[in-house]
Design a protein around this ligand. Structure first.
Ligand code: OGA
Ligand code: NI
Length: 351
């Protein structure tokens, strides 16, 4: 609970008292959001109706999944089976958590990226030069009973609400993994079977209003290191996805989740599916909350392209070597989002 010397104050507690962005949050000119150049009204990511997955249109939905994963790396889903009430309660308890006094929140503070429950700020305060306009609470949540006793006790409903949400999202993920497996031409359980015991983490991201949103990021452009991400966002825009050389804003649609392919799925698909750059920008008048669930292999799971997708003769050699997820994940945190991806470090040797 003691705050380490490398800690930085939480941005939540700075935001309300400044009328300009402190210098340690200011990005170099070459690396700013350029908000006027973002596509905000045209093309967005595909919306897929998961309700049809178990009916006569299954093949068509699987086809839509394949197209979204290969062309966008992102899609939205409706009729996903997570109850509206569960979503609402999760969002409310997240908001209540960040509205607590600093003295309560800071009990969970740690800059140690290995801790399984922790509050921090920016991305990795131990290794980055410019800070991001974000605080976040990260939680491991599979199996729940291994971690729930570390989770915050305040707000009082935090553990119950978060456990219910995590359980419901996991059930959705398992359905998605089958659909994605099938969309790659693999057996239904193939992707799930490569993940060892499976891992599930959550982040509660809190982006306070920012007096100069053109100078800084909530989160700069990055690719997610895990397998697949299920993002819940409130009604405030901020997420942007990189597509065909420009950034497109993904505006919130109520009762949908945003799904994106992470680096491990790119590896398992042997590059058919893309882990795509995305970022979060901030705005001057509204706080924003987003709650990503990062589904991943267990630390000791060995990840690599499956034999079924490798065929030297028809020009599909393995693009990646095999590695443990722990090796990959360590590299990701070390890099402090400084390079856009660590996938290149795990390419198969071409010599
Ligand atoms: C993330 C992320 C986007 C958002 O946490 O990895 O991309 O909209 N978040 O907060
Ligand atoms: Ni992300």
């Amino acid at each position: 609970m003691e705050i380490s010397p490398t800690s930085k104050p939480l941005v939540t507690d700075i935001a309300s008292s400044v009328d300009h962005v402190p210098s340690n949050y200011v990005r170099p000119i070459s690396d700013r959001p350029n908000l006027s150049e973002v596509e905000t009204s045209g093309d967005s990511i595909p919306l897929i109706d998961l309700g049809e997955l178990h009916g006569p249109n299954r093949a068509e939905i699987i086809h839509q999944v394949a197209h979204a994963c290969s062309s966008y790396g992102f899609f939205q889903i409706k009729n996903h089976g997570v109850p509206e009430k569960t979503i609402e309660r999760m969002m409310t308890v997240a908001r209540e958590f960040f509205r607590q006094p600093e003295s309560e929140r800071v009990k969970h503070y740690s800059a140690d990226t290995k801790k399984t429950t922790r509050l921090s700020t920016s991305f990795n305060v131990g290794s980055e030069k410019v800070s991001n306009w974000r605080d976040f609470l990260r939680l491991h949540c599979l199996p729940i009973e291994d971690f729930i006793n570390e989770w915050p006790l305040s707000p009082v409903s935090f553990r119950e609400v978060t456990a219910e949400y995590a359980t419901s999202v996991r059930a959705l993920v398992l359905i998605l993994l089958e659909a994605i497996s099938e969309s790659l031409g693999l057996a239904k359980n193939r992707v799930s079977d490569t993940l060892g015991k499976h891992g599930q983490h959550m982040a509660l991201n809190y982006y306070p209003p920012c007096p100069q949103p053109d100078l800084t990021f909530g989160l700069p452009g990055h690719k997610d290191p895990n397998l697949i991400t299920i993002l819940l966002q409130d009604e405030v825009s901020g997420l942007q996805v990189f597509k065909d050389g420009k950034w497109i804003a993904v505006h919130p649609v109520s009762n949908t989740f945003i799904i994106n392919i992470g680096d491990q799925m790119q590896v398992i698909s042997n590059d058919k599916y893309k882990s795509v750059l995305h970022r979060a920008v901030v705005n001057s008048d509204k706080e924003r909350i987003s709650i990503p669930t990062f589904y991943c292999p267990s630390e000791d799971a060995v990840v690599g392209p499956p034999q079924e997708l490798i065929n030297e003769e028809d020009g599909s050699p393995a693009v990646y070597k095999s590695f443990t997820y722990a090796e990959y994940y360590d590299k990701f945190w070390d890099k402090a989002l400084a390079t856009e991806t660590c996938l290149d470090l795990f390419k198969a040797s071409t010599t």
